[in-house]
Design a protein around this ligand. Structure first.
Ligand code: NAD
Length: 497
């Protein structure tokens, strides 16, 4: 944990110079329309800055810049080892600015400064560094051709990538996209969420400072319905990579079909089951993990363990353990290094989360922890981590992604029933299983329709393994070498010998 106190962070926040403009062709610029929007901190409602509200004209300019830079070969045809070196400098610069970026992230979206600094920042640095380190170690293929033919199977950068990212891990989701996109030689137009654009805007300058040529990374803050839509419909964007809600993901597929059939890769929502069998090796560890799975990042996590499936024979013992464990997660000022639950991203999200809590009551679920807005006097948007017991999987709180700290506890009687409930969702992002039985762990793990499965832990993984969803949680994968597939086209070249 950082040595800095809340007073230190407050003092740094008071003298932070925040950039809110778009970044095109290596320069900060106002939106062509001159429009801006207010960037309000959910910590206490303070105005952080005015942010450029980019629109169609800015999308046209940024894509033209990305295309010209791509075609110039300045980055796209650079030897992989040279791209690697520039990207490692980029990672080092992010690391060198970790405190500034962490502060921006916390002020902008409300997450605890300890998480911004100790989770988001190191993971973001790692995402850039990992892709950079990998790029001069991947080889193309020679096909199993007849004697008089040489068949080359090569990967080429797709060209111009539009990356549209969400607000819950703004910097990290950005770096999951930028790492493989830049390493493979593409030019990128990045659209951060209008609800948390600040770290992406700052990152653009750091990329240039690292020696990544102007035009390779352009950043357009603004709204989904304006600049986001313009990118999705743009005829010269080759690939659109997205992290965000399933609703927007579906719209982007339509936009692709309506325009140039750009490739669309989607990381979308989740409603992940966390299944605890009576033979779990350590119920206390399972209870603590279940609490963390819904409280970390205020529950604003695509893989939040929002459905806790508990074998009925241990439910009366286990649920009170989770209720006890969640007491360690308390909303507080995110600039206090001791805080582990910050503010929800904004008042709109607050209303959504409180609405779901009402719906849990109305559907007859039993509230056993939390349930209220707190710290209202601060001007911020804080909600207690909340647990509903006696939930039926058909209730709204079990079916819909809440994206807040609200846990639904659902009982099951058999392995088959647990799997059936777990898979009874439109989503398929992640799942966890707690059991001491090795066969059961494997069999249930295989039966779960989810892109990530954790056994006897909740959450976990690093850059070495792919991450993404089954079903309406999306397609394609971020992280690992598999992520490179999204950013490259496969070419077969036949040479007659
Ligand atoms: P969102 O879909 O509302 O917005 C995501 C991004 O899309 C934003 O930048 C937004 O401006 C843009 N957008 C919105 N409408 C658009 C349109 N019509 N055209 C183009 N762009 C548009 O999602 P959100 O509320 O920012 O993020 C929360 C969601 O993200 C949750 O569903 C969560 O599960 C998901 N998420 C998924 C992952 C994952 O890896 N699977 C990770 C983090 C978050």
């Amino acid at each position: 944990m950082t040595e800095l106190t809340r007073a230190d962070w407050e003092e740094r926040a008071s003298r932070l110079r925040i950039e809110g403009r778009a970044f095109i062709q290596g320069e900060y610029v106002e939106a062509a329309s001159g429009d801006t929007f207010d960037c309000i901190s959910p910590v206490d409602g303070r105005l952080l800055c005015k942010v450029a509200s980019s629109g169609e004209a800015d999308a046209m300019r940024a894509v033209a810049s990305a295309r010209a830079t791509f075609d110039s070969g300045l980055w796209s045809r650079l030897a992989p080892v040279e791209r690697k070196q520039a990207m490692i400098r980029f990672a080092e610069l992010i690391d060198a600015h970790a405190e500034e970026l962490a502060l921006l992230e916390t002020l902008d979206m409300g997450k605890p400064i300890s998480d911004s600094l100790n989770v988001d920042l190191p993971c973001a640095v790692d995402a850039i560094r990992w892709s950079a380190e990998a790029i001069d170690k991947v080889y193309d293929e020679v096909a199993a051709t007849p004697h008089d033919q040489l068949g080359l199977v090569t990967r080429e950068p797709v060209g111009v990538v539009a990356a549209i990212v969400p607000w819950n891990f703004p910097l990290l989701m950005t770096c999951w996209k930028l790492g493989p996109a830049l390493a493979t030689g593409n030019s990128v137009v990045l659209k951060p969420s209008e609800r948390s654009p600040l770290t992406a805007i700052r990152l653009a300058q750091l990329a240039c400072d690292a020696g990544i040529p102007a035009g390779v990374l352009n950043v357009l803050p603004g709204f989904g319905h304006s600049v986001g839509k313009a990118l999705a419909l743009h005829m010269d964007v080759d690939t659109l990579v997205f992290t965000g809600s399933t609703r927007t993901a579906k719209q982007l597929l339509i936009n692709s079909g309506e325009s140039n059939m750009k490739r669309v890769w989607l990381e979308a929502g989740g409603k992940s089951p966390n299944i605890v069998f009576a033979d779990a090796p350590d119920l206390q560890a399972a209870a603590e993990a279940a609490a963390g799975a819904i409280a970390f990042n205020q529950g604003e996590v695509c893989t939040a363990g929002s459905r806790l499936l508990v074998e009925r024979s241990i439910k009366d013992k286990f649920v009170p353990m989770v209720v006890e464990a969640i007491k360690a997660w308390k909303p507080g000022n995110p600039l206090d290094p001791a805080t582990n639950v910050g503010a929800l991203v904004d008042s709109q999200q607050l209303d959504i989360v409180l609405g779901y809590i009402e719906s849990g009551h109305a559907d007859g679920a039993k509230l056993v922890a939390g349930g209220k807005r707190v710290l209202e006097e601060t001007g911020g948007t804080y909600v207690e981590p909340t647990i509903f017991d006696g939930v039926d999987n058909a209730m709204r709180i079990a079916k819909e992604e809440i994206f807040g700290p609200v846990l639904s506890v659902i009982a099951f009687d058999s392995e088959e029933e647990a799997v059936a409930i777990a898979n009874d969702t439109i989503y398929g992002l992640a799942a966890a299983v707690w059991t001491s039985n090795l066969s059961r762990a494997h069999l249930v793990g295989k039966a779960l329709r989810a892109g990530s499965v954790w056994i006897n832990q909740y959450d976990g993984g690093d850059m070495t393994a792919p991450f993404g969803g089954f079903k309406q949680s999306g397609n394609g994968r971020d992280k690992s070498l598999h992520a490179f597939d999204k950013y490259t086209e496969l070419k077969a070249t036949w040479i007659k010998l």
